[in-house]
Design a binder for this molecule. Structure first.
Ligand SMILES: CC(C)(COP(=O)(O)OP(=O)(O)OC[C@H]1O[C@@H](n2cnc3c(N)ncnc32)[C@H](O)[C@@H]1OP(=O)(O)O)[C@@H](O)C(=O)NCCC(=O)NCCS
Length: 169
């Protein structure tokens, strides 16, 4: 299994992976709308001749206070083809791409998802770091990971995803 950055020729397959994993088109449409925006990242998990997983990151803003300008990215969506789930592909995608986020200068990553899944990568409830989600969601499903220890010290406020998220909800 190889994890690599998406290429132009992957777009159809990425779309298909998201539709199959989420059983709807919203996430695939979201990725298509966000692609090309500054500081987005997109990686695929590739078996020979087939893309079986995909992960995407886009910039979020913090409506509140932070001592310095920080790059924070939102992880969404993450998708693995149903017939390839529970084989560690999602884990590979997350671990690989978090390293690339760090390389890009990103200081923290937020995610809306299952605490049971994302806690294994070090994500904790964003509330513990003073961050709220703009959407009405239970505290434990909105999580954050500092990519540099203490990078969120002194920050608090509401995290806002790009408008495309509302348009594709
Ligand atoms: C979530 C998803 C990407 C995980 O990918 P994967 O390749 O199956 O994950 P891995 O094989 O690396 O990890 C499997 C582990 O994750 C757990 N897991 C998988 N999906 C989970 C979920 N939705 N909630 C909680 N745990 C989940 C499994 O129980 C398994 O746990 P174990 O290691 O203790 O046995 C995949 O299940 C998927 O595409 N789901 C549909 C789309 C989705 O919900 N995406 C997440 C949006 S935030």
């Amino acid at each position: 299994m190889k994890i690599r950055a998406e290429r132009l020729e992957d777009l159809k397959e990425i779309c298909a992976v998201n539709i199959a994993a989420f059983e709807q088109e919203n996430e695939a449409i979201l990725v298509d709308r966000l692609r090309g925006i500054d500081n987005t990242l997109s990686f695929v998990a590739e078996k020979p001749e087939q893309i079986v997983g995909h992960i995407f990151f886009s910039p979020v803003t913090l409506d509140g206070k932070c001592p310095e300008e920080l790059m924070i990215l939102g992880l969404a969506p993450l998708a693995v083809l149903p017939q390839y789930q529970r084989r560690g592909i999602g884990t590979l995608l997350v671990k690989h791409s978090l390293e690339k986020c760090t390389d890009l200068g990103c200081k923290a990553v937020v995610v809306l998802g299952s605490p049971a899944y994302y806690s294994r990568f070090g994500f904790i409830s964003a509330k513990e770091k003073g961050l709220k989600c703009e959407y009405q969601v239970p505290d434990d499903v909105f999580m954050v990971l500092e990519l540099q220890n203490g990078s969120l010290d002194g920050c608090h406020g509401t995290v806002k995803y790009r408008l495309e998220f509302q348009e594709c909800a």
